[in-house]
Write a protein that binds this ligand. Structure first.
Ligand code: FDA
Length: 500
């Protein structure tokens, strides 16, 4: 309602926002969680909440007339198709040099992601979050995040026997034959449920090609973990299809809290109402891109002019790069593939690359091995407010992916040489080997200890905090959401103890 007052307003319902909502509510604080995407709690006419990866419909993409699949070609042919513009679950947000994929809806990235829940090796932590006490993180906050998120690992005996992981076993064999350390990758997918899918006793999700546009079963998204517990406190109100447009000091500053302007959207993306609330505290949890865009806009347009000059800086892509390899006929990868990756090749120490053996769930035998590599790419970009265009822009350049390609090649050139195989060149275009135009893992833009203090406080404005992936300076050496969650747990504990 107009003029409403809330104790804590959380912008965005991904990992950072969900942790903040739960812990604040448990501490007795009333929380208003504002999410620009849909609630994703109601089945469509087909009885399903989310659409299938192989048959994308209006539910797939955020406000697009045509799909923009990360893997956009097959056998040299484009696979994208027209869809009705709708507030779908996956945003492929285009910047000048990179497309950044993000989840949209209550649960943020947990709705669309692969659920790979990886705690970085401790020896890499000082590079990931310099200034954060590693002993505390590994003794308390990483274990807390893993428990709350419901992280588990595939049963190795089932992995070895099921048709659905033939592609991953081929990936393991090739990694080991070239002398690379092979690891099982933990995931928040319910592994027992997946085994029941294979047995045919429950509806299939991971084993029916669901990923990217949502999983109807089996995945422990934030809706099933943090957000369910947050709602159970009775102190959290969620507004879906509501986008925060502005935050500024109420009544000219002091201790009057903050005026938050919120736009209500319809499913075509149009603003149907504008609402104003006053909040004592605002937690920016709109994701690395969302939080960065908001903060640079609010600083440049005079809503929060005292934000420091580090706002918008230190953005990285977690070194994401993809590629495929063409196997010999004796290394078939299977027409049945679980969409949930569970196998990885760890060459971080020697070559700066950690590669996941990813599925290519086309429903036919492709003889392809497909990989998503996370690499130690040193390039960092900045968001800047373009006042003429009225939008925040990111200055990432396509050529900045070259270090990632070089690092991924430390793994795949060697495997190709050993196996006598070649790269696939038909997955990202015509004769294009590397998926170097995108990231799934945006990080940074409001870096801990630079744009904020050591716990995410925007120091110029008491009561304003950043609590999402924007805090992490561009790289986590593995998939990021466990680290985002653990850091949010650490920061909110300190904030509740000291500020409330
Ligand atoms: P997150 O992006 O989760 O949440 C931000 C929320 O804020 C969104 O719901 C957004 O709609 C909302 N928002 C933005 N602006 C707003 C505004 N102005 N007002 C209101 N709401 C606003 N990671 C991993 O560890 N393992 C994996 O397997 C994968 N796989 C993967 C696959 C794909 C396809 C994607 C796109 C991403 C992944 N990731 C991943 C990445 C992971 O999902 C990501 O790092 C986290 O979701 C980021 O968490 P945050 O809390 O920072 O933001």
């Amino acid at each position: 309602a107009a003029g409403a007052h809330v104790a804590a307003l959380v912008v965005g319902s991904g990992y950072g926002g969900s942790v903040a909502a739960l812990r604040l509510a448990q501490a007795g604080v009333h929380v208003h969680l504002v999410e620009m995407g849909m609630a994703w709690d109601t089945p469509g006419p087909d009885g399903k909440i989310f659409c299938n990866t192989l048959r994308p419909d209006h539910r797939s993409y955020w406000l697009r007339e045509r799909t923009k699949a990360p893997l956009n070609f097959f056998l040299g042919f484009p696979i994208d198709r027209d869809i009705t513009r709708y507030t779908g679950v996956l945003d492929a947000e285009d910047f000048a040099g990179i497309t950044v994929y993000q989840g949209r809806g209550v649960g943020g990235g947990s709705l669309v992601n692969g659920g790979m829940a990886v705690t970085p090796r401790r020896e890499n932590f000082a590079d990931i979050l310099p200034g954060v006490n590693a002993a505390e993180m590994y003794a308390t906050y990483y274990p807390r995040a893993n428990t709350e998120l419901g992280v588990g690992t595939v049963n190795p005996a089932w992995f070895d026997s099921t048709d659905y992981y033939q592609y991953a076993r081929v990936g393991r064999k090739h990694a080991q034959r070239s002398g690379f350390p092979f690891v099982f990758v933990p995931d928040v997918y319910d592994w027992d449920y997946m085994e029941r899918e294979a047995a045919g006793t429950v509806p299939k999700s991971a084993l029916a090609g669901e990923i990217l546009y949502g999983n109807n079963h089996g995945k422990k998204t934030l809706q099933h973990t943090y957000l369910a517990r947050a709602k159970a406190t009775g102190r959290v109100t969620v507004s879906a299809l509501h986008r925060v447009a502005s935050v500024s000091p109420a009544s000219g500053g002091g201790h009057g809290g903050y005026t938050v302007v919120i736009e209500q959207l319809d499913t075509g993306g149009a603003v149907v109402a504008t609402k104003t609330v006053t909040a004592d505290r605002v937690f920016f949890a709109a994701g690395s891109v969302g939080t960065s865009k908001l903060l640079v806009k609010l600083k440049a347009t005079g809503a929060l002019p005292a934000l420091n000059d580090e706002v918008g800086k230190g953005w990285g892509d977690n070194g994401n790069v993809m590629c495929g390899r063409a196997n010999h006929v004796w290394d078939a990868t299977g027409s049945l593939q679980s969409t949930i990756p569970c196998a990885g090749i760890d060459n971080w120490a020697a070559g700066g690359a950690f590669a996941e053996v990813a599925p290519l769930p086309t429903g036919i035998e492709t003889f392809a091995s497909f990989y998503l590599a996370i690499t130690r790419n040193p390039n960092r970009a900045s968001f800047r407010w373009n006042s003429a265009a009225g939008r925040a822009e990111l200055d990432w350049q396509t050529a900045w992916k070259q270090p990632s390609i070089d690092m991924a090649k430390t793994i795949f050139d060697k495997i190709n040489a050993k196996e006598g195989t070649i790269y696939r060149s038909d997955l990202f275009g015509v004769y294009k080997i590397w998926g170097d135009h995108l990231t799934y893992h945006p990080l940074g833009g409001a870096v801990l200890g630079r744009a904020t203090d050591g716990y995410g406080r925007l120091a110029a404005y008491p009561g304003l905090y950043v609590i999402d992936g924007a805090l992490i300076p561009g790289n986590t050496s593995v998939n990021p959401f466990v680290t985002i969650t653990a850091l949010a747990e650490r920061n909110i504990e300190a904030i509740i103890a000291a500020d409330l």
